[in-house]
Structures are given as C-alpha cells and as structure tokens.
Design a protein around this ligand. Structure first.
Ligand code: NDP
Length: 283
C-alpha cells in the first residue's frame, strides 16, 4: 500500500509521521507479528517504551520486515525507575541495545513523577539534552507533563521539548495542555486516542460514523489528525490495524468536529492516571 501519512515538522526541524502504531500492552510474544503487520500495511512510526517490555521485539520486527532503520520512526521512553541522571544514561543505552540501533528518532521522559525524586525532573531532562547533543536521540520530548511542569522546564533548561505525549480523546480533550503546546511549539501526541475502545460506542460517534460511511475508530482518529495531533492507535487485530490506517481519504466538516469535541467530560473523562499524582515505579 502506498504511503499516505503526512509528516509533521517538529520544533527541531525533524519530521514525524502523524500516524503511528502503539505497542502498549502488547505481550512480547505478540509484538513481532503486530508490528510486522503494521509495517506491511504502511505504518512507518512505532511508539514503544522500556516499561512496555517489548522494545527488543519492535526492533526485531523492523529488521524482519527488511526495512532500513531510517525508514521507520521509532520512539521510546525512559523507565520511571531511572530518573536519576546516571540511571537515565544506563537506561537509554539498554533501550538502544534492546532495539539493536544506534539512535532513536524520539526519546521521552515517560512520566514527570512530581512526587518522586524530590520533584526533580529537570536534571532528568538535562540528561535527555545530552542524548540529543550526541545524536543518539534525534529528537527529545516529554510525556504526561502538565502545564506547570512544562513551565518549569522552560524556566530552567535550554531545549524546548519537541513533543508532549498526553492522554487525549473525545472524552478527555486535555485542552489546557494542548493549548500550552500550541503556544510554545510543542507538538501534542495523543495517547489512548480511542480511549482503549471506550468512545467507540458513544451514540454521537456511532451516528457520525453512519453519516460519513466510516467506522467509529476511523472517525475518532480522523478527528485527532484534523486537530493537528500525532496519534498511534494500538491493536493486535490485523483488520483493525488496516482500518486505523485508512483515515487520510476523508474529512470531517467543522460542525462534525465540534460535535466530537463537545463530548469532553474534563478530568472525569480520563481513561488513565492523573500525572500530578501518578507515582508508579516498576519493581
Ligand atoms: P488505544 O486508544 O489505542 O486503544 C487500544 C484498544 O482499542 C485495544 O483494546 C484494541 O483492541 C482496540 N482497538 C484498536 N483499534 C480498534 C478498532 N479499529 N475498532 C475497535 N477497537 C479497536 O489505547 P492505548 O492505550 O494502547 O494507546 C495507544 C498508544 O498510546 C499505546 O499503545 C502507547 O504507544 C501510547 N500510550 C502512552 C501512554 C503514556 O503514558 N505515554 C499511556 C498509554 C498509551 P485489539 O488490540 O484487541 O484490536
């Protein structure tokens, strides 16, 4: 299938495909098949993390697909257990060796963990700046950062994150964080873009899907890309992996976009954890 995915230009001049493939909660044993299917369909961007436990299998799938490393945009994220600078350096090396690559396209601080490490995510960010300087991370960014966290990085560090990967979907628009990003040239990546399936049976989404002759997942993913966000839906179902890729050959009009945006339930609509209090550290 021809590649049809738009590239988004980041604040450091690098580009990222606006649609990717997420691998959270894909068992290592299922990861090679899922990622190979996604690459076969045409995805050229994979979002993994050390905490997902499947970086090695993502790397294996890319090699088995016969693609050059530079044909696929690969993101990974720092394990919550390794925010201290020396730990972060070692964790980044483990990520590179698991993926069997000498660089990442994008490396993120997975969570700010403001109640851990004496609230110091600044020195962790400065270590990511080193990875960018030495070229092993082409772009660096953050994930689950709230506005005060981003303000603190702006005040105390040199590099503006290229992206902030946060929860966003029709039930939780995360508008304040998105607005801060838009104002400061930080691209928003929307995680759990279909709220792990929860929004797909919403009567408004189902109604729109019928009107435009698309599936509920395609409608919701299309809404994200028209908002300008980067998305990487996860699926281990081959037919859904294909379905989620076919979102660049139709458009939603302004009234339809507003109907979907109107489903926002504020913080009550969150599917995942609140970054201000989330403090999980793997054993
Ligand atoms: P998603 O919103 O992508 O939803 C995935 C779920 O929806 C799965 O159960 C999947 O089922 C189902 N699904 C996928 N496509 C369809 C479809 N077309 N129709 C019906 N059901 C469908 O959830 P995720 O939480 O996985 O988020 C996506 C990615 O975001 C993650 O994989 C990860 O890369 C990233 N993420 C990042 C976080 C962070 O803290 N930075 C936190 C959470 C996610 P099935 O697989 O059975 O087909």
């Amino acid at each position: 299938m021809a590649r049809t995915i738009p590239d988004i230009t980041l604040n450091d001049g690098n580009t990222i495909p606006q649609l990717g493939f997420g691998v959270f909660q894909i068992e290592p044993k299922d990861t090679v098949a899922a990622v190979r299917k996604a690459l076969e369909v045409g995805y050229r961007h994979v979002d993994t993390a050390q905490m997902y436990g499947n970086e090695a299998e993502v790397g294996q799938a890319i090699r088995e697909a016969g693609l050059d490393r530079d044909e696929v945009f690969v993101t990974s994220k720092l394990n919550n257990a390794f925010h201290r600078p020396d730990d972060a350096r070692a964790a980044f090396e483990s990520t590179l060796s698991a993926l069997r690559t000498d660089h990442l396209d994008l490396f993120l601080i997975h969570w700010p963990l403001p109640t851990r490490y004496d609230g110091d995510f600044v020195s962790t960010w400065q270590v990511l700046e080193e990875f960018r300087r030495d070229g092993r991370a082409r772009s660096i960014g953050v994930s689950n950062f709230q506005v005060p966290h981003l303000e603190r990085l702006a005040a105390e560090t040199d590099v503006v994150p290229a992206v902030n990967q946060v929860e966003a979907h029709p039930y939780f628009g995360n508008e304040q964080v998105r607005a801060y990003g838009a104002a400061h040239d930080i691209r928003t990546e929307a995680w759990s873009p279909i709220a792990q399936g929860r929004v797909l049976t919403d009567p408004v989404i189902v109604d729109i899907a019928e009107q435009v002759g698309r599936t509920p997942a395609q409608v919701v993913l299309r809404w994200h890309v028209q908002r300008g966000d980067i998305v990487f839906p996860k699926s281990t179902t081959p037919q859904r992996i294909e379905e989620n890729f076919r979102i660049f050959d139709f458009t939603l009009d302004d009234a339809t976009m507003e109907r979907i945006t109107g489903l926002d339930r504020g913080p009550a609509g969150r599917q995942g954890s609140d970054p201000d209090t989330f403090d999980y550290i793997p054993a």
